[in-house]
Design a protein around this ligand. Sequence first.
Ligand code: SF4
Length: 634
Amino acid sequence: MSYCLDLLNRKRIPTLEVSIGNLKMGGENPIRLQSMTTTDTMDTEKSVEQSIRMIDAGCELVRLTAPSKNEAENLGKIKQALTERGYSEPLVADIHFTPNAAEIAAKLVEKVRVNPGNYADKKKFEEIDYTDESYQAELRRIEEKFTPLVLLCKENKTAMRIGTNHGSLSDRILSRYGDTPEGMVESAFEFIRICEKNDFFNITISMKASNTLVMVQAYRLLVSDMLKNGRCYPLHLGVTEAGDGEDGRIKSAVGIGALLEDGIGDTIRVSLTEEPEFEIPVARKLAEKFDLSSIYPLPQFEGELPYNPFEYERRSTSEIHNIGGKHVPVVVADCSAKQTITPANFYGFGYNYSIQLDKWNLQDLAADYVYIGQNTLDFEVPGTLGVIVDFTRWKENYTSKAGFYPLINLNDLNDLAKNQQAFLALECTDELPLDLHEYSKLTVVLSTRFSNKTQLFRKVYIDLLNRKITNPVILKVENDTTDSETFQLYVSSDCGSLFIDGFGDGIWLKGTQPMTLINSTAFGILQATRTRISKTEYISCPSCGRTLFDLQETTAKIRARTSHLKGLKIGIMGCIVNGPGEMADADYGYVGTGPGKINLYKEKTVVRKNVPEEQAVQSLIELIKEHGDWVELV
Ligand code: SF4
């Protein structure tokens, strides 16, 4: 069961071409960039102005929320105003729970997005035991509710997106499939089958989740099923509630990048808790990442894949000190380019030296190893930090120094004692040494200078599994771009899918960016792939016309009070309609419920209702304290 055309060569999935007004999507068309307004759809002027800012930034498809018939009708006015201003980009109506709004919008705009989890179902969070008969009766009920929209879209040549969200699956799907990628795919197929039964094929599909593993696995499963069926609809990629700033960018690049690397994806929406026009350059960079000039040619992949791309299982590796085995992936900081290294240089990767106290303070994002190349250190390093040194320097200065380990290359292997803890620098294009498994304390540092990094790393992963070699592997990714956003997006995309597939016992990033940024990117990638949690996770929605408070400002306030609560997941959602479902696996939730009113959640349960907005952040902190998840800052 394959989910892409070639695991070792990026080939775009041959999807159907669909028409969204004058825009073609799928097939051979470029990857389309899109975003969603955050204005009230009833405010025509603001919606038009924001749409224009988005389009001017490169947005090819503008989505607006249509929570009721009024907003759906107002889309016509927005469309008309945009046309008068010379903008012909297609508009998309975003529908949840309101079929009648969808049916109005289908006549006014070029595309309608429906969520199969709530088009015909109300979310109750109830476990219901369906018999085969009652399940079939439910499907008939959906068909009755959904068919009129399908026929309207067909008649008006309106496109449709069937947009499944992990957090808003119907009780029916949850009862049969649980909260799983399989459930997400089936949720879409319930609606796809109805479209196909009515000979309506002008559809695109999405499988969004805020958990990148679930999201990637769901898209892969969907593609695998569509390839089997012989009809692939264009895919809309997105990680929901990715958050803002660096975290939002890294998380989006990990999820979206993992799929693009395998040729999956015809349109991208990066959901950031920022102004929608800021999403477009991020989406563009991801779409344009692929540099074909420095591809290392690999043969077509043939045979059995020795891991399951639809389920997470970490590659089983031997434990070497704090690397491999059950240890979380380690982070390696690279100081090798420095002329001399001082304690101050360690600040960038989480170690703060106090001269008065002669003491090191560790930050949450403290790296586990530092590579110093040919340098020497004339000060004592913190005991928790391992030091990696070039082999010649190690032999001269550090053979008997605890915590200092040599980095060797293939030619040095014969000079290394087989029980010496060391690191082997290996290019992905090197042959794996036949006797690698005999070096029981050797960690491989895998890198490549070619641009098809994901595929080259994956090839080595497959070889290691097939040969049952269990040495841990650190993925080293280098990128010399001078633009910090590009650096974060590209390195995240290069190695994100490897961590999602269970490969990687460590990460080593190298670039010309400041050390603090490189270090936080490394930890950010591990957090985004859920392989190492080192900070609070904010699952904040991008906001839309339903949003009932200033999401960006509130997210910043909550972040300022809670960013030290390592590992806690806090959902910050603009509205009660979709918020509780979309923040699916958050530990605590802050959800707008009416003007100036907030509901607070402990997991999926509302525990405080209608808290006045000005008291809600403090109330959230108290709630976290009551449940014993609060830690005082020292
Ligand atoms: S959760 Fe946020 S983005 Fe989603 S519908 Fe509500 S306000 Fe809009």
